[in-house]
Design a protein around this ligand. Structure first.
Ligand SMILES: [Zn+2]
Length: 516
């Protein structure tokens, strides 16, 4: 997946080939001067694979045949199925592939660097012969150079990566993107960079190209290169962004509009091919709202052109449980720099909730709580094709939904088990057998009714150490005993309240008739 003349120069250095860095030589030799002899070859309709079975660059005839087959597969898909032109004919109608020990790299090289449309040959590492991916990527470079050979690395690499991933995907294999990690790096940042030390070439734009493909078809990239050839005719210059912009305009769209849509789609797993459904761009910023209410921020987000950032907002840090989850509302405002195409949005899983964009500000409101179950990602794209370091300060405000006596929902707990059996004995005694499933505290109040008055008959408290049955014997108060002597027998209602160590309080009532 390395690239063109740059990688080739590095390889050549390894081979102690005397070539100066800088402008490519006018006359290009094939195979490269100083290359080891590759006497064996295998020819197929569109390729000749050159290899050797001896020495440092040795490979097997089987491996060469596998490379040949993978190259034909790439040709069949890219040229015959997707509608791209074949590479420029170098004389025999076949693209030459050279197998050499390159370490981990592979490279396509243009053969006629001074020409706007160039023939190509491709170096393939002995370590890279079995996967269909590297040759598909490099073959796409050969296709590019046949249409127009002077584009910028970000366009060449993002589209070659897109093509390689789609070839692999068409073969039923997963092709997760290699460069999905730096959403803050501008789409068209590539060599001479450095944009970000994670991606010096612009490969990560493959997911943007995939998004465009899914909306505008696989011929879009071809049309970008055809437009580049028109723009570069006679001047040999790169016009990558202009060519992309013009090709999208011909389809009624724009780079800015597409990029903003891409940022939200990529952040919510809406780019479906290539096994990227479950991949998400890296979290750039994060914030915990916690148990406090009121304003938060501003969080000073800045975004470069054709890049995006995100702010992961959480009620609590992941895995943190704070007991009750207060019923809250989260309001978010993003101040917008003037003239910058954008659409901030909340993303939660695959759900995108755009903020309402008004004059200089975007606003959104979400139901919220101070628990870790509340989480959303605020995504902020900068759709400008040129303006860097644009400020998008974010302010947040957390409010309880019921400001007075906030409605706090206690965590659900299973019903407390409590059962009571009552037995009346002599001398007004009432024996309670109380069964509980956990430890806790019992509070018992027994009453009688007489002449429409409720009177206390007996009270008791008892601590229950563990699950099981406890026996409590209630004895009437002095007054109640005196009344019972007069009445001989009396109906008593005992209210048994159990406060378990965990869970909700529960009360059970039993009635019995006590005797003198
Ligand atoms: Zn490449």
């Amino acid at each position: 997946m390395s690239t063109r003349s740059r990688r080739v120069l590095a390889v050549v250095a390894v081979l102690a080939f005397a070539a100066a860095a800088g402008p490519a030589p006018a006359a290009v030799v094939r195979p490269p001067t100083g290359f080891p002899s590759l006497p064996q070859s295998v020819a197929s309709p569109h390729f000749v694979v050159h290899y050797t079975t001896a020495g440092d660059h040795a490979t097997s005839p089987d491996a060469a045949a596998t490379l040949s087959a993978n190259a034909e597969t790439a040709y069949r898909l890219i040229v015959e199925t997707w509608g791209y032109p074949p590479p420029k004919d170098d004389g025999d109608g076949r693209t030459d592939l050279y197998i050499a020990n390159l370490g981990t790299g592979a490279g396509a090289a243009r053969e006629e660097p001074s020409l706007e449309q160039s023939t190509s040959w491709i170096l393939v590492s002995t370590a890279n012969l079995t996967s269909p991916y590297p040759i598909a990527h490099e073959f796409f470079h050969a296709v590019q150079m046949g249409i127009y050979a002077h584009e910028e690395s970000w366009l060449d690499e993002s589209t070659a990566e897109w093509a390689g991933q789609n070839v692999v995907s068409a073969l039923g294999m997963n092709a997760p993107p290699n460069w999905y990690d730096a959403p803050w790096v501008s789409l068209n940042c590539g060599w001479p960079g450095p944009c970000d030390d994670q991606d010096i070439g612009g490969y990560r734009g493959s997911i943007f190209m995939e998004y465009l493909d899914e909306r505008h078809g696989m011929t879009l990239v071809r049309d970008v290169y055809r437009r580049a050839a028109e723009l570069g005719a006679g001047n040999g210059q790169a016009h990558s962004m202009q060519a992309l912009s013009d090709a999208l305009a011909a389809r009624g769209s724009s780079v800015s509009g597409e990029f903003v849509g891409y940022a939200l789609a990529a952040s919510s797993g809406q780019i479906n091919r290539l096994g990227v459904t479950n991949a998400r761009p890296r979290v750039v910023h994060s914030l915990v709202t916690g148990t406090a209410t009121g304003p938060l921020g501003p969080v000073p987000l800045t975004v470069d052109h054709l890049a995006f950032t995100n702010l992961l907002i959480m009620g609590q840090s992941r895995g943190t449980y704070v007991g009750a989850c207060a019923d809250e509302r989260l309001s978010v405002e993003v101040a917008l720099p003037p003239g910058i195409p954008t659409q901030p949005a909340f993303v939660s899983g695959t759900t995108v909730t755009p903020l309402a964009v008004g004059e200089g500000v975007a606003r959104g409101v979400l139901p919220w709580s101070d628990c870790s179950s509340s989480t959303t990602t605020l995504v902020v794209p900068n759709g400008s094709t040129t303006a860097d370091d644009q400020p998008f300060p974010v302010t947040l405000d957390v409010r309880l939904v019921n400001p007075v006596g906030a409605s706090v929902t206690p965590p659900a707990t299973p019903a407390t088990k409590l059962s009571v059996k009552a037995r009346a004995g002599a001398h007004g005694k009432l024996t309670l057998k109380i069964r509980t499933a956990v430890g806790g505290k019992l509070t018992i109040k027994a009453t009688t009714r007489r002449n429409r008055n409720t009177r206390t008959y007996a009270t008791a408290k008892k601590t229950v150490k563990r699950a099981g049955t406890v026996t409590v014997v209630l004895k009437p108060t002095t007054t109640a005993a005196r009344l019972l002597r007069r009445a001989r027998k009396q109906k008593v209602t005992a209210a048994i309240t159990f406060r378990p160590v965990t869970g909700r309080q529960r009360t059970v009532r039993v009635t019995a008739t006590v005797k003198r």
